[in-house]
Design a protein around this ligand. Sequence first.
Ligand SMILES: Cc1cc2nc3c(=O)[nH]c(=O)nc-3n(C[C@H](O)[C@H](O)[C@H](O)COP(=O)(O)OP(=O)(O)OC[C@H]3O[C@@H](n4cnc5c(N)ncnc54)[C@H](O)[C@@H]3O)c2cc1C
Length: 302
Amino acid sequence: MLDVLIIGGGPAGLAAALYAGRAQLKGLLLEKLSPGGQVLVTDFVENYPGFPDGVTGFELVDKMAQQAKKFGVEIKNGEVSEIKKEGHGFVVILSNGERIETKTVIVATGATHRNLGVKGERELTGKGVSYCATCDGPFFRDQEVAVVGGGDSAIQEAIFLTKFAKKIYVIHRRDELRAVKILQERAFSNPKIEFIWDSVVEEILGENQVEGVRIRHVKTGALSDLSVQGVFIFIGIEPNTSLVKGLIKLDDRNFIKTDEWMRTSLKGIYAAGDCRSKPLLQIVTAVAEGATAAFAVQHDLE
Ligand SMILES: Cc1cc2nc3c(=O)[nH]c(=O)nc-3n(C[C@H](O)[C@H](O)[C@H](O)COP(=O)(O)OP(=O)(O)OC[C@H]3O[C@@H](n4cnc5c(N)ncnc54)[C@H](O)[C@@H]3O)c2cc1C
């Protein structure tokens, strides 16, 4: 029986593996794709401490994976499809039917940004299309960008982008915002922000870099092209928590609730990273939580 099974090989899972390995716990990390998580699709990371000149997403997570492996936690490819409480531990079932027994589980399954699903979006992700203003905003200094969405995060991020971009067009499919009033007031009074109402993005334009967006007015059907160098999409983020729904407590947006030790509502299950209910979804917070979860496992098993 394992001491700890870590589900997900993003920054949170890899940091948990590093700390579990150094604590000499018998551990296994399962990742359904390649270790790295969302950072694998992040072109360049400028805000992870220790890299004053920035680092490519690939290099950062490759180093994290190497470091985690060094201390003995095995990293294997596998998709967890079910977790069952059994006796004093858990049985984890993989999509290929394999069953693994473990005393504890760290859920580090991350989150998935909702996509627009339009032509050009996938091709230009990391080339002007972004889902994270905190991460990518500084690359758009003195440029013109579009923000898609009308909720709190879209408006908050549009305001944040005014620090860098010279003009921000907020494209929203309705004629009013869902964001809280205080954010609306701040956005409306900011001269750098212009609203394009009742409109949806039909296509993101550009060959190797974003050059603009094609917009459709939802009431008239009229199409128009807007020249921008960046497109920030904030139409929601979904935690990858369907696996644990009904097993542990989630918040009203389906993110996992934990205490400060990363313990969930069910003894023996911990959560770390973007799947957890928290204010800041970043690499630096994910690794801190992975480390804390592994430390809590060590503490609780002792
Ligand atoms: C385009 C983009 C740019 C970003 N730029 C930055 C940046 O510059 N700086 C920054 O700090 N943050 C950035 N972020 C945010 C950062 O990537 C995340 O906060 C961080 O990756 C969260 O780590 P995580 O380990 O919690 O989750 P994730 O990175 O989402 O990793 C979760 C992993 O779990 C795996 N998984 C899910 N379900 C299962 C299952 N059932 N079985 C097995 N494996 C499973 C997934 O395949 C995935 O690899 C960016 C995000 C995006 C999308």
